[in-house]
Design a protein around this ligand. Structure first.
Ligand code: SF4
Length: 133
């Protein structure tokens, strides 16, 4: 079994761990005792981090709802659809009818860009974050 150093992606703490890899599949995690943040500790989410990686229910491509059914779409289609929908909502109802939820799974830089996009491009301060544990 191989061990690959990584960081838990479930929240902004960024605890250190080793992914346990067997025959190309992540089968478990172990905490990193040398990590300066977590020092050998993981919460229950971190201990189960590996379970989503190969889960068949994991989304691996964009989906667009058409006539009530979610259908696979390319990234270009999904981004065009999202941009057009946000623009239509903004024009018809105003920017404050849009809200954006950022994610602790993103980096600080990605979350910074998202709030900048929300405020400067969409024109609303309606942005929140799920990092409060
Ligand atoms: S979810 Fe738990 S293990 Fe993962 S980074 Fe946050 S505190 Fe650490």
């Amino acid at each position: 079994m191989d061990q690959v150093m990584s960081i838990c992606c479930y929240c902004g703490c960024g605890c250190g761990l080793y992914l346990q890899v067997e025959q190309g599949r992540v089968v478990g995690v172990m905490p990193s005792h040398n990590h300066p943040v977590s020092q050998g500790n993981l919460c229950v989410k971190g201990w189960h981090l590996h379970e989503f990686i190969h889960d068949p229910r994991r989304l691996t491509q964009p989906l667009i709802r058409r006539n009530g059914t979610l259908l696979p779409a390319s990234w270009d289609e999904a981004l065009d659809f999202t941009a057009q929908s946000l623009l239509a909502i903004k024009e018809q109802y105003g920017p404050d009818r849009i809200g954006v939820l950022a994610s602790a799974k993103c980096t600080n830089e990605e979350n910074y860009l998202l709030q900048k996009f929300t405020r400067a491009v969409l024109g609303t301060n309606n942005i929140d974050h799920c990092a409060r544990l």
